[in-house]
Design a protein around this ligand. Structure first.
Ligand code: XMP
Ligand code: MG
Length: 188
């Protein structure tokens, strides 16, 4: 092969690679091992929030050495696309009844945490046996208090717009195999 494609080497719209494919594989293996240890004998259901979390979900579920079920939800946030308002509408609900089950929400990135806070409230009203969050990234913002405290966090990332590994800008870049900072000139 002469050249690697932009899926695994740096895309011209990406400023810096934060987490390479190899970094991501290590992070996912660590999270999978922690979840495998913590959920022995439980009735685990992974719930991914569409669409950003699908790539992480696909990897994470295969790193968990336990019987488990998966389901998906889609939400849309009111307000501007860049900032989460915390007011969320469920666009696609679960197909599964989660009552009495051990639910782990799988998220791509936690920013303000407002979207997840809403989802946690909504899902806890369905009386799962337990309800926790696994976030691949947690965005560090100066002086910010996240609205929720995820049990599993893959890595922290700077307060920049990041894409790849499921994360998009205007539905692009989700298929990059790494996570990188998008060049500001691409979105401004
Ligand atoms: P909150 O603020 O409610 O929002 O935690 C979380 C959701 O906002 C999106 N988000 C991003 N998407 N690159 C993205 O591609 C980013 O840097 C970014 N920051 C927040 C994402 O959908 C997440 O679920
Ligand atoms: Mg998302």
């Amino acid at each position: 092969m002469e050249e690697k494609s932009e899926l695994s080497t740096m895309h011209p719209d990406v400023e810096t690679i934060l987490f390479s494919e190899e970094d991501i594989a290590q992070i996912v293996q660590r999270l999978g091992a922690e979840i495998t240890r913590d959920y022995q004998g439980k009735d685990l259901v992974l719930i991914a929030v569409l669409r950003g979390a699908v790539v992480f979900m696909g990897d994470l579920m295969r790193a968990i050495d336990l019987p488990l079920a998966i389901d998906f939800m889609a939400v849309s946030s009111y307000g501007s696309n860049a900032k989460s308002s915390g007011i969320v509408r469920i666009v696609k609900d679960l197909d599964m009844d989660i009552k009495g089950r051990d639910v782990l929400i799988v998220e791509d990135i936690l920013d303000s945490g407002l979207t997840l806070k809403y989802l946690m409230k909504n899902l806890s009203s369905r009386k799962p046996a337990s309800l926790e969050v696994a976030a691949f990234l947690w965005k560090d913002v100066e002086g910010k208090q996240a609205a929720i405290d995820p049990k599993y966090v893959g890595a922290h990332c700077p307060d920049e717009f990041v894409v790849g590994y499921g994360l998009d800008f205007a539905e692009r870049y989700r298929n990059l195999s790494y996570v990188g900072i998008l060049k500001p000139e691409v979105y401004s």
